[in-house]
Design a protein around this ligand. Structure first.
Ligand code: NDP
Length: 244
């Protein structure tokens, strides 16, 4: 098992699904973890369920004010930051011709702007720390597009552009910036897809099954580990071959 003893980790959107699995994995590996959700009580309750050093805090990544307030408090609690996992994400699926302005703004505001706001806050403490890891959770949809997910695909493709740019900006500071691109993973988000859409995607997965949140967490932890010290600006698909 990978060791992250006393590493200081923030996981955005850690109350369920992939984020919760990532927080669980880091805590089990000895890290000091803060997981976040939009509701403080929920985030604290989930953190209390997990083994290890885990705190739950309120954060709405779509609000600049919330991001600022959160990072000020979280950095003080942790005493620095080694690893940021920008995982929080939402969908508002519709065909492009039916997308409302707010469907676009909500999805881009959370998935792309939210990741940007958090990454920006993470850089300074990592530079002070002489190193760090930033991992964004994008999606294979950001690589391939998907009918009914124009806003989501744009947000996830945008996130890849951000990750690759930032990777080049901070590489000399011993900070790596990478993304994982999950395919279809069993979580609340994929359960919300219409049955037909889910079956259509599932039938195209070469591995013949959806992935688990733990399988995504393993890839995130690898990218955050010392073993991945020379990997930066990479997008690692975790998709059973879906987007080969
Ligand atoms: P879930 O819907 O199960 O969980 C989403 C998480 O994000 C929750 O913890 C939620 O917390 C949090 N969140 C949502 N909006 C905000 C916000 N504005 N500020 C802070 N936190 C927020 O999703 P998954 O676990 O499935 O997805 C996690 C990530 O993985 C997302 O970025 C998603 O796009 C990506 N992904 C998922 C795939 C899948 O098949 N499931 C495939 C590819 C990528 P709360 O509601 O408590 O605020």
């Amino acid at each position: 098992m990978m060791k992250f003893t006393d590493r200081k980790v923030i996981v955005t959107g850690g109350t369920r699904g992939i984020g919760k699995a990532i927080a669980t994995g880091f805590a089990a590996a000895g890290a000091q973890v803060i997981l976040t959700g939009r509701d403080a009580t929920t985030a604290q309750a989930i953190a209390a369920e997990l083994d290890g050093d885990v705190q739950g805090m309120e954060l709405d990544v779509s609000s600049g004010e919330s991001v600022q307030k959160f990072f000020a408090e979280a950095l003080e609690r942790l005493g620095g930051l080694d690893i940021l996992v920008a995982n929080a994400g939402i969908t508002r699926d519709k065909l492009v011709m039916a997308l409302k302005d707010e469907d676009w703004d909500d999805v881009l505001g959370t998935n792309l702007r939210g990741a940007f706001l958090c990454a920006r806050e993470a850089i300074r403490p990592m530079i002070r720390n002489r190193g760090g890891r930033i991992i964004g959770v994008t999606s294979v949809i950001g690589l391939t597009g998907n009918p009914g997910q124009g806003n989501y695909a744009a947000s996830k493709a945008g996130l890849i552009g951000l990750i690759k740019s930032l990777a080049q900006e901070v590489a000399s500071r011993n900070i790596t910036v990478n993304a994982v691109a999950p395919g279809m993973i069993e979580t609340d988000m994929s359960a919300n897809l219409p049955e037909k859409a889910r079956e259509a995607i599932a039938s195209r997965i070469p591995a013949g099954r959806a992935g688990s949140a733990q399988e995504v967490a393993s890839a995130v932890m690898f990218l955050a580990s010392d073993d991945a010290s020379y990997i930066t600006g990479e997008v690692l698909r975790v998709d059973g071959g879906l987007a080969c």
